[in-house]
Ligand binder design. Structure first.
Ligand code: C2E
Ligand code: CA
Ligand code: CA
Ligand code: CA
Length: 279
């Protein structure tokens, strides 16, 4: 196909080249970002629909590079995975998030939970479990305050090994959430075999909610399926009141989204808690 015409070849080659250069550039700056303290964690609150109270936060990484400016995790996480830089970065995220949770415990928010995104590359690491347990000991938080968010793709790597690891973490009291639920390829029958505690319904199903009766049916099905399996169900990307009202009606347990709050800097979570946290 490359030889099909000179023009096509040139255009193709150029865009490939640009993309490659951009990736190389991000990777280069990513290498020093941790040492230079260019990362920051933001925290997005989750709200319990039954009580209306904040129940915890999801930690989301932010990168402000002096050379590249703000780079979205959507552009750099994949590159961090391919270069395995996600291992030290992911460990930093986990430690930082657990320290944040320890701070909440000191303010008597010990019933809150912190959710942390975990890449499959981290999970496959031999020392992932000791690293998680070490961070829990170091920060002194209870395992039940920690939820690890994984995506279905982790089960495509080495199913048995991943299942064993997640079961072990669960046996220690750590919760496992299946992120982006509904966007992957797993069949429903195989969902039963997965060691998970929470289903996070992807934003893609919440977006068309108000106009679209198909997505309403999907959501109802996912919520009742989750509950039947004894899982907690969380909806992400909730942006308006009609979505919230519908989710409440289905019995969805928790919501997260701009309607409640955008992800906040650690300092701004304190203002939020002053307004909405318990006394
Ligand atoms: P995700 O885990 O599915 O996280 C949800 C994303 O949706 C976040 O984007 C969040 O800021 C955004 N979001 C939340 N509520 C709303 C809403 O109501 N409307 C809209 N339009 N967006 C909303 P963000 O922070 O840019 O992160 C993108 C993705 O990058 C995450 O998707 C996750 O896959 C990955 N990521 C972020 N932080 C980390 C991290 O620390 N480690 C790893 N491995 N991945 C991370
Ligand atoms: Ca997530
Ligand atoms: Ca998602
Ligand atoms: Ca995700």
């Amino acid at each position: 196909a490359k030889e099909a015409g000179k023009g096509i070849f040139v255009v193709y080659d150029k865009s490939m080249h640009t993309e490659f250069k951009e990736r190389m550039m991000i990777e280069k700056h990513l290498r020093s970002a941790l040492d230079n303290e260019e990362f920051e964690l933001f925290y997005q609150p989750q709200v319990n629909l039954l009580t209306g109270d904040i129940s915890g936060f999801e930690a989301l990484i932010r990168w402000n590079s002096p050379d590249l400016g703000f780079v979205s995790p959507l552009s750099f996480i994949k590159i961090a995975e391919d270069s395995r830089l996600i291992i030290p970065i992911g460990e930093w995220v986990l430690r930082q998030a657990c320290h944040f949770m320890a701070g909440l415990c000191r303010q008597r928010y010990n019933d809150y939970r912190i959710a942390v995104n975990i890449s499959v590359i981290q999970l496959l690491q031999d020392n992932f479990i000791p690293s998680v347990l070490g961070i829990l000991t170091e920060t002194g938080i209870s395992p039940k305050c920690l939820e690890l968010e994984i995506t279905e793709s982790v089960f495509m790597e080495s199913f048995e090994r991943i299942v064993d690891k997640l079961e072990y973490l669960q046996s220690k009291g750590i919760r496992i959430a299946l992120d982006d639920f509904g966007t992957g390829y797993s069949s429903l029958s195989y969902l039963q075999q997965l060691p998970i505690s929470t289903l996070k319904i992807d934003k893609a199903f919440i977006d068309p909610l108000s106009e679209n009766s198909y997505s309403q049916s999907f959501i109802k099905t996912m919520v009742s399926l989750g509950h039947e399996m004894g899982l907690e169900v969380v909806a992400e990307g909730v942006e308006d009141r009609s979505q919230l009202a519908f989710l409440k009606k289905t019995g969805c347990d928790k919501v997260q989204g701009y309607l409640i709050s955008k992800p906040l800097s650690q300092r701004n979570t304190q203002d939020l808690l002053k307004r909405y946290g318990h006394d």
